[in-house]
Ligand binder design. Structure first.
Ligand SMILES: C[S@@+](CC[C@H](N)C(=O)[O-])C[C@H]1O[C@@H](n2cnc3c(N)ncnc32)[C@H](O)[C@@H]1O
Length: 263
């Protein structure tokens, strides 16, 4: 199935474990309010990434307004004990320095989310620097942190209301509850999307913060990485993307997994 059906789904796997909605997260009506256990997502960073159908270089104030709007929407879709793993940059250097993490968390709290903790993801991305500001001079040097953050937020109650089956191993629990995660980023070329995260990121969030059979939402699904991790871990994954190209890509990646390929 590849065109949006009457009930609003662009794609539904036969077992209903992987579901895609093509549309703007601000407008979609297919997901019921109060139905989501865990949100794992990486929204557009507004750093002029060339997405198919989306402009990623709006003025910073407009970006924060958009952040407020989509967070309100996502907040309404979550259960009271729902959790929210938000992958965002620490800051932004391109087009003017901005404290993205601080500003986005401020908005999340204004919208009604509660703050729990933050993971620092060291993605080992030491790309070749060219912008030094002022080379070997105190005149106007730039400092660039080669990390991203995963803010852990929740809607109302941190403790889960129902008993369920956790699927994390002892070693994973010990390692991942230490808030410095080190693993490589994903190759854009391999995946065919301009800003994918590796499966390892949603995989860790899903195992740490959800039970088997929980419902996971990615409101900015991109290539569908969160849906792959949901499927691999026996959760239901719902992904939303504004671009037909990425909905199709996510569908292809899911079907490969269903047909036995590795992620
Ligand atoms: C940073 S990418 C997500 C990448 C994803 N984590 C992955 O692994 O492929 C952000 C995605 O949000 C989508 N997007 C932008 N604005 C949107 C909106 N208003 N509603 C839904 N999706 C949107 C873009 O098309 C893009 O694919």
């Amino acid at each position: 199935m590849a065109n949006t059906s009457k009930d609003g789904w662009y794609y539904k796997s036969l077992d209903n474990r992987s579901l895609i909605i093509k549309g703007d997260i601000l407008e979609i009506k297919t997901v019921d309010a109060g139905s989501i256990d865990l949100v794992v997502t990486s929204p557009p960073y507004n750093v002029d990434v060339k997405y198919g159908d989306f402009k990623d270089d709006i003025p910073y104030g407009k970006y924060l307004e958009f952040t407020n709007s989509w967070m309100e929407r996502v907040h309404g879709l979550m259960k009271d004990d729902g959790r929210f793993c938000l992958n965002i940059p620490l800051d932004k250097n391109k087009g003017g320095q901005q404290s993205v993490y601080a500003d986005v968390i401020h908005i999340a709290k204004k919208v009604g989310f509660k703050y729990h903790s933050t993971v620092v993801w060291n993605e080992g991305n030491i790309s070749r620097r060219t912008a030094w500001g002022s080379w070997m001079s105190a005149s106007a040097p730039y400092v660039i942190a080669p990390v991203e953050l995963i803010a852990i937020l929740y809607k109302d109650k941190w403790k889960k209301s129902r008993k369920g089956e956790s699927t994390i191993s002892r070693d994973e629990f010990l390692e991942w509850t230490n808030g410095l995660w080190t693993f490589s980023g994903e190759s854009k070329k391999r995946v065919g999307h301009p800003a994918p995260y590796p499966v390892e990121l949603p995989d860790r969030c899903i195992k740490l913060f959800s039970y088997k059979d929980d419902v996971i939402l990615d409101p900015f699904m991109g290539s569908g990485t969160t849906l792959l991790a949901s499927r691999i871990n026996d959760r239901t994954g719902i992904g939303v993307d504004i671009s037909t190209e990425y909905c199709e890509l996510a569908k292809e990646r899911i079907e490969k997994i269903i047909n036995g390929a590795k992620s």
